[in-house]
Design a protein around this ligand. Structure first.
Ligand SMILES: Nc1ncnc2c1ncn2[C@@H]1O[C@H](COP(=O)(O)OP(=O)(O)OP(=O)(O)O)[C@@H](O)[C@H]1O
Length: 267
């Protein structure tokens, strides 16, 4: 069964075509990576699929529901974790989950049980009544993932899920994804790390808003080099004509780099 079907999907911001006429399908059980450099259009594509940004052309269907005409059913079918945490730092873990339950219209008793399950799944029972500002990055990511699962979606969508996590946090995240997949969950994620995409069942390479190649890692290697086994790093160079990291950084990355260099903002 097809869980995602993009049909000529595109979005422009003024003159900039962030995503240009992208078409692909993702089948149930797939672990699908959208691989591309910063600014390639990956987040914009996910924002359209999750109905946060309206397309300027084409459309998509998620679990059979059209993002343009049936956004409520699309949101019910998807559990999403974005790059910027969508959590309220002043509220406790339990309160953050309660907001999600309310937004999804869960009856009170179902919500109570679902919140308890989410806290236990995220191993945050003991931290349930603490405000999130006291949580580590890894704890917040676990909570976000647990929240994304609360309404029992068909598909999990993760935008650069390992960004900012330490090695232990990354391992925990991959373990959780592996367990979800073993239970039949479909997973769509964006990444600019080729080793992460290599672990996926299918990879779509996105460059400058275009889907330039699509297939299993072995298919992509075969297409670029005539045989399987070449690293996706090399495959990207062959297909896009430059290295993944040679591309210009997005404004957000430039800000992160500025802070890493010890920059300060003047107020
Ligand atoms: N709301 C917006 N207004 C104007 N331009 C935007 C907006 N959102 C994204 N863009 C631009 O669209 C292009 C694609 O951005 P997008 O965030 O989708 O790329 P990305 O592949 O997800 O990159 P990153 O890994 O840095 O998030 C970039 O040039 C970005 O600056």
């Amino acid at each position: 069964m097809t869980v995602v079907e993009c049909l000529d999907l595109g979005r422009s911001f003024g003159d900039l075509a962030a995503v240009e006429a992208v078409s692909f399908t993702m089948e149930e059980g797939d672990f699908f990576a959208l691989l591309g450099p910063n600014g390639a259009g990956k987040s914009t594509l996910l924002a359209m699929l999750t109905t946060l940004v309206a397309p300027s052309r084409g459309t998509a269907r998620v679990a059979g529901a059209d993002i343009r005409t049936d956004p409520a059913r699309v949101r019910q079918a998807i559990g999403a974790v974005f790059q910027e945490p969508a959590l309220d730092e002043r509220l406790t873990a339990r309160e953050n989950l309660a907001i999600h339950a309310a937004l999804h219209g869960m009856p009170r008793r179902t919500a109570r049980q679902s919140i308890a399950e989410a806290l236990s799944w995220a191993q945050l029972d003991l931290a349930a009544e603490r405000p999130l500002r006291s949580f580590s990055g890894g704890m917040k990511r676990r909570l976000e993932l647990a929240r994304a699962l609360m309404h029992r979606p068909r598909l999990i969508v993760l935008d650069e899920p390992t960004l900012g996590l330490d090695p232990q946090g990354r391992r925990d995240l991959w373990d959780r994804i592996a367990r979800l997949r073993a239970g039949g969950m479909s997973v769509l994620m964006t990444t600019h790390a080729t080793h992460e995409a290599e672990a996926c069942t299918r990879v779509g390479i996105i460059d400058r808003g275009r889907l330039v190649a699509l297939g299993t890692p072995a298919d992509l290697s075969r297409r670029a080099f005539g045989g399987p086994g070449m690293p996706l790093e090399e495959v990207f160079v062959q297909i896009a004509g430059r290295a993944l990291r040679d591309t210009e950084a997005s404004p957000r990355d430039r800000i992160v780099a500025f802070h890493k260099r010890g920059g300060e903002h003047t107020r």
